[in-house]
Design a protein around this ligand. Structure first.
Ligand code: GLA
Length: 397
């Protein structure tokens, strides 16, 4: 990968890159739409990532050249004319970051870069956060600035919120930054703390792409507004409620009549999810893998019934999973409305599970998908530019 990246840079720009970075995609394992409700999430950074090679651009034109080696597409970014996002364009994730850095009075020099990403696009594995975090590490290095990880995550989120137009939370960026091999990431979005939780021995994550592309700008924002409406009403009933994090499942049920039915169901999903994260974490601590898997299953049920952010194709993937040997739990992962399902399975059955899932999905939905086995990996890092074989990450945090 690193060799391909360096070669790609040399072929496009005629020299070797000065900065290399890598930032992984993520899977959300439990805790759906809880991040912007100040809740908790269990996620994992995966062994699929965005890789970037870059150098300062020669001359002083203020023009940056960026080549995506995977799609063989290129963008020229003018540092003096950044204000216009282009709908659906991957260049927005880079321009939006630069705008956010400028807001923080960090000046980025013009640069040339090549990208090589292995995170599936628009699938719910945060290919955009992987691009943002890999690019942000490069930009900060070129600008000679170091920032704490939380500020990096917030810059990525601000890029999504203000430039791309998706009112997303911090989960994707935090997961990309704070991953650890063999571990889940437990994030608390009220206190902005993270902890790593060991993944039980003998289990694996199988990911199935429904091939239904998701887009997080409309329905996602609507769901978020419903959560805000619920908080507004619940704060009247329970003084001190500032976010859905502050409400228990019992309190929510007791206040059901105060809320419009749709808003109640949206809130029930989030409050239930926060509860499942906490009890699921406890189950893992006790080695109760079946109990953890059961919560993944309940999470999906709630996505279908309460939050309505699944789709028939993902529901089929989850249903099929339940019938296969090795199944422990499965659910939609990420924002929803398409994308992927994540399946916790016994490692020894993983390969057969993948084959059977692909076959049955093709039979039932007429859609061909390639499933993936994902490993938990380390978070975003700058890489050593001179190493030729195995590169150790050198973090800036
Ligand atoms: C998307 C958003 C995250 C989070 C998840 C749902 O991935 O980017 O902030 O809200 O959806 O949990």
């Amino acid at each position: 990968m690193i060799t391909a990246l360096r070669q790609g840079f040399q072929e496009n720009f005629g020299s070797l890159p000065e900065v290399l970075s890598r930032a992984p995609g993520r899977l959300e394992i439990l805790g759906n739409h809880t991040d912007y409700n100040e809740g908790t999430v269990l996620s994992v950074a995966v062994d699929r990532a965005m890789h970037i090679a870059a150098s300062p651009a020669p001359g002083s034109s203020g023009l940056c050249r960026v080549v995506d080696l995977v799609s063989d597409s290129r963008r020229t970014i003018d540092l003096h004319s950044l204000e216009q996002p282009r709908k659906g364009d991957w260049g927005n994730y880079i321009k939006g970051l630069i705008v956010e850095l400028h807001r923080r009075e960090i000046r980025v020099p013009a640069f040339d870069a090549v990208l090589y990403g292995t995170v599936p696009l628009s699938a719910g594995m945060s290919s955009s956060a992987a691009l943002e975090m890999a690019m942000l590490l490069v930009l900060l290095k070129l600008a000679g600035v170091e920032l704490p990880w939380l500020e990096c995550a917030k810059i990525g989120q601000a890029c999504e919120n203000h430039y791309v137009g998706a009112n997303t939370g911090l989960l994707d960026q935090v997961s990309s930054l704070k991953g650890k091999k063999g571990h889940l990431i437990y994030s608390d979005f009220r206190h902005y703390t993270v902890d790593n939780v060991p993944i039980p021995q003998g289990t694996a994550f199988v990911v199935a792409n429904s091939m239904v592309k998701h887009n997080l700008t409309n329905e996602y924002n609507e769901r978020r507004e419903a959560c805000e409406e619920a908080v507004h009403i619940l704060a009247g009933a329970y003084p001190g409620v500032k976010a859905l994090r502050d409400v228990t499942v019992q309190q929510l049920h007791a206040a059901e009549k105060l809320l419009p039915p749709l808003v109640f169901r949206r809130a029930l999903h989030v409050v239930g999810e926060i509860d499942r994260v906490e009890t699921g974490r406890e189950a893992l601590r006790k080695g109760d893998i079946a109990g953890f898997g059961k919560r993944m299953q309940q999470s999906h049920q709630s996505s279908m019934e309460n939050f309505e952010n699944s789709c028939p194709e993902i529901d089929r993937l989850v249903e099929i999973g339940q019938t296969l040997p090795g199944y422990l739990g499965a659910r939609i992962s990420g924002g929803g409305f398409g994308g992927i399902s994540v399946h916790l399975v016994q490692s020894q059955d993983a390969q057969n599970y993948q084959k059977s899932l692909e076959k049955a999905y093709q039979e039932r939905c007429g859609i061909q998908t390639a499933t993936m086995l994902c490993q938990a990996d380390d978070g975003a890092r700058l890489l050593n530019c001179n190493a030729s074989v195995k590169l150790d990450g050198s973090g800036i945090f």
